[in-house]
Design a protein around this ligand. Structure first.
Ligand code: ZN
Length: 319
């Protein structure tokens, strides 16, 4: 399947994004998701600086990286909820930029015009916009919409001996200032904290599944990942948690492999090793009639269609 065929295979934007009249006057809602087809996006994220994946409570002024014993080594853990949270926020920033450009109003006014209210994460979700349609919005008593995008926990290819700077490692823990990393004045010891971090050059594979995907969803997701990479994931993400993502595959259907299979099957150069597993058929997908491997650059070109796709979407919402 070529890039063109992928585009044709994806659902038309209006199938999941056109708002319909609700029970009450002036109420607009997202229609239920009718199609159950999925697209799977596979790739590898590589840290380009210090990264602090932390999902547990800390002890006083020390921060420890999430770790887990898995497939014969201890690995750094990057949980799905954190991955999704950051990418949802990046998607929303992108969305606001796009809507300001397309509607030529400030984003909150544009949202009010198109959806009846401005949408804010996490507590003011509107339940009708594209971000809510993709990432879900459930509000007690108000109904809502389920997430169409699925994330999975992931782990480092490298063992923590190699990839985590800790009290035992040669580098030792990082030292930060709890107020600001940049303060010039001398401060007392109580304003410092020690943190473990995942070192630059560490690889995490990922699998993302989008249900009832439109071409807009796919383009938006790809651009949101790129934005999130620059914005930062994990704790202290203003200064840390920057990534470089290599997309390996976009394919119709569910994957017949998991993150664990990806971790198991690769030795040596991670990206080259994984690419080989797609071409030799070790990693396959469920859609029988299509087997798609689009390379990194081709997948990026899907992201470049975002502005055009978005303009089409706004036209549909305004109808
Ligand atoms: Zn919303």
């Amino acid at each position: 399947m070529s890039l063109e065929q992928i585009r044709e295979w994806l659902n038309p934007i209006e199938t999941v994004l056109k708002l319909e009249g609700g029970k009450k006057k002036n109420e607009k809602m997202l229609p239920p998701v009718m199609k159950r087809n999925v697209v799977t996006i596979i790739g590898v994220k590589r840290t380009v600086g210090r990264f602090l994946p932390v999902s547990h409570e800390g002890y006083s002024n020390e921060t420890y990286v999430d770790k887990v014993e898995l497939l014969n080594r201890e690995r750094a853990e990057f949980i799905a909820r954190k991955l999704k949270g950051i990418e949802r926020r990046a998607h929303m920033s992108l969305y606001r930029e796009l809507i300001e450009k397309t509607v030529e109003k400030e984003w909150n006014l544009a949202f009010e015009e198109l959806y009846g209210k401005a949408c804010t994460i996490p507590s003011g979700l509107c339940v009708t916009c594209w971000n809510c349609s993709l990432f879900g919005a459930l509000e007690a008593g108000k109904g809502g919409t389920f997430s169409r995008i699925r994330y999975f926990d992931t782990w480092s290819f490298e063992s923590t001996d190699e990839c985590v700077a800790s009290i035992q490692s040669g580098e030792g823990m990082g030292i930060g200032n709890t107020v600001s990393e940049d303060l010039r004045e001398e401060r007392g010891a109580d304003s410092y904290h020690l943190y473990e971090y995942v070192k630059p050059g560490t690889h995490f594979p990922f699998i993302t599944i989008i249900e009832s995907p439109t071409s807009l969803d796919l383009a938006g997701y790809i651009q949101a990942v790129r934005m999130a990479d620059l914005h930062g994931y994990g704790k202290y993400s203003a200064n840390h948690g920057k990534f470089e993502t290599t997309f390996l595959s976009v394919a119709p259907g569910m994957p017949r492999f998991s993150i664990l299979t990806m971790l198991e099957n690769v030795e040596g150069d991670v990206i080259k090793g994984l690419e080989r597993k797609f071409t030799d058929g070790t990693f396959a997908f469920d859609a029988p009639e299509q087997s798609v491997i689009l390379g990194h650059n081709e997948i990026l070109s899907i992201g470049h269609e975002l502005e055009k796709e978005f303009a089409d979407y706004v036209k549909i919402v305004r109808q």
